[in-house]
Design a protein around this ligand. Structure first.
Ligand SMILES: Nc1ncnc2c1ncn2[C@@H]1O[C@H](COP(=O)(O)OP(=O)(O)OP(=O)(O)O)[C@@H](O)[C@H]1O
Ligand SMILES: [Mg+2]
Length: 202
């Protein structure tokens, strides 16, 4: 098996057409807490991937899950990370990102880590797939949805600084067109962002 990536929490291996995501031990955490966290994130991720598969949402199909070895086996999405290609057609991609997030939120799924490294433009279907659901959870709260969108803005600002404003407004427009309660979420977003600015001044 070939290692294809290593994030903060997990190692990713390719096994033919599959990806294996293995959450490794973190030495700085107490082993009991570390085990609990890894188990919780592995379970969360697999549960959400199953839900998304049932809804035919563009995300990897999960084929196996092992919460002793903290592993998930899923389809490999061949294509490009949005991080690397966003600038090529940023308005179009941003609109699709907004629509995908609305589809998630309409099922009360909060992604929790909306960065452009967690989005893949699939070669086969030409759709933007979302990945990395280890921090995801189910919630119908407007606040949780607003915070999710706020994280997207921060991710765009930090990795795509020169086009982030345009990307964000396109994403938000598509979000409101597709989300069941988009207007309420965006109203809340303003409060979340005011709070964020106060926090950073302290
Ligand atoms: N199903 C997949 N198909 C193709 N590439 C994938 C897939 N899953 C992960 N990758 C690649 O591996 C990278 C890291 O995966 P992922 O984002 O799931 O892990 P991570 O960021 O370490 O996770 P976590 O935030 O849960 O610790 C992705 O950015 C992507 O390049
Ligand atoms: Mg990731």
């Amino acid at each position: 098996m070939q290692k294809i990536a290593q994030g903060a929490e997990a190692k990713l291996f390719q096994d033919r057409e599959d990806i294996i995501k293995q959450r490794f031990q973190k030495e700085y955490r107490h082993p009991l807490i570390d085990n609990l966290l890894r188990k919780q994130r592995t379970r969360r991720e697999s549960r959400i991937l199953e839900k998304l598969a049932a809804a035919n949402f563009p995300s990897p199909r999960i084929s196996d899950f092992d919460d002793k070895n903290m592993e998930i086996r899923m389809d490999m999405i061949e294509g490009s990370l949005i991080r690397d290609v966003l600038h090529e057609k940023h308005a179009e991609f941003s609109r699709e990102i907004g629509k995908r997030i609305a589809q998630l939120h309409n099922k009360d799924i909060i992604h929790g880590d909306l960065t452009t490294s967690n989005m893949i433009l699939a070669k086969e279907t030409n759709k933007i797939n979302l990945i990395d659901f280890g921090l995801s959870f189910v919630s119908e709260k407007i606040e949780d949805k607003a915070v999710d969108i706020h994280l997207l803005r921060q991710a765009l600002e930090s990795k795509h600084h020169t086009i982030s404003d345009d990307c964000f407004s396109n994403a938000v427009k598509a979000y409101t067109e597709n989300a069941l309660n988009g207007t309420a979420v965006l109203e809340r977003l303003q409060k979340v962002e005011v709070r964020g600015r106060h926090k950073s001044r302290k």
